[in-house]
Design a protein around this ligand. Sequence first.
Ligand SMILES: Cc1cc2nc3c(=O)[nH]c(=O)nc-3n(C[C@H](O)[C@H](O)[C@H](O)COP(=O)(O)OP(=O)(O)OC[C@H]3O[C@@H](n4cnc5c(N)ncnc54)[C@H](O)[C@@H]3O)c2cc1C
Length: 299
Amino acid sequence: MYYTRILKPFNLLMPQTIDEAISILAKYGNKAKILAGGTDLLVKMRQRVLTPGCVVSVNKIKGLNAIDGDPKGELRIGAATTMRSIESSRVVQDYYTVLHEAVCQIGTAQVRNMATIGGNLCNASPAADTAPPLISLGAEIKIVSAPGNRETTRLIPIEGFFAGPGKTILQSDEMLTEIRLKPIAKGTGCAFLKIGRLGVDISKVSAAACIRIVDGVCKVARISLGAVAPTPIRAKKAEITLEGKKICEDIVAEAGDAGAEEIRPVKDMRSTADYRREVSKVIVRRVIIRACQRAGVDV
Ligand SMILES: Cc1cc2nc3c(=O)[nH]c(=O)nc-3n(C[C@H](O)[C@H](O)[C@H](O)COP(=O)(O)OP(=O)(O)OC[C@H]3O[C@@H](n4cnc5c(N)ncnc54)[C@H](O)[C@@H]3O)c2cc1C
């Protein structure tokens, strides 16, 4: 890969409010790029994959890096919240373990100090580690745009956000401002697992599960996979295999196989498609077992 030390010249703008940021985006259109932690954007700018004429830093916008609300009502995570802040959040650790587990495994401490949750989602890598947990949690995201023909604020399920590798549904004058999490229902166990070359590496395959069990029977299963399709995906066949069934070893193995049927893996520098196919069965099985154990059921 070609890297250069010298970036192409660009205007750096540092808006203080969301309104100011989106009016800059509306003015510059495709020539502008939002800068949050820069751990993806600056790499792409150095590779000359992206050469924006205008870089809009969102780091001075108040409230965009805050975690607030109530896990018994609704928890809101600002788009510019760093992985380190999420990792240190007691609320996330205690109530949204699946997200906490994923964030703790992103890159190194230096990367987590800079990298933001909004950047991770908007970069739209199929391997983005916060995507499977947020999909399994049924998170919603808030998108804000400049006044015009459409709604200036929309709230959508995160599942509909990804459009392909490196692509989201965001228009050039829109920004992601917030991630919203609902309360976790009683009897739910959640878990995240990832396989990378090294502990700090981008995922070859990742999986998240949130499973609600009542009297040993699976009532709700939300299972998601990363790095095995053009976007992070829900493993719906695996969910159907579990729902309504008494949790046991055979059902969990069946769900693992069903999860791997839905993937569309590619061969890349990290892994072969065959490896991803085989490992998906194992990781789905393991993540279900861990989630069930956390819901109080041993498999
Ligand atoms: C050494 C290293 C290790 C890494 N390891 C991992 C890993 O293990 N797992 C993983 O998932 N990722 C990993 N990454 C990738 C990266 O750190 C994450 O994707 C990170 O969360 C990106 O966030 P950022 O704030 O740095 O985004 P930026 O680089 O600032 O932005 C990324 C993209 O999102 C857009 N954007 C940012 N914020 C918004 C917003 N609010 N609204 C609209 N668009 C926005 C930007 O314009 C840009 O296109 C690693 C990166 C490095 C360099």
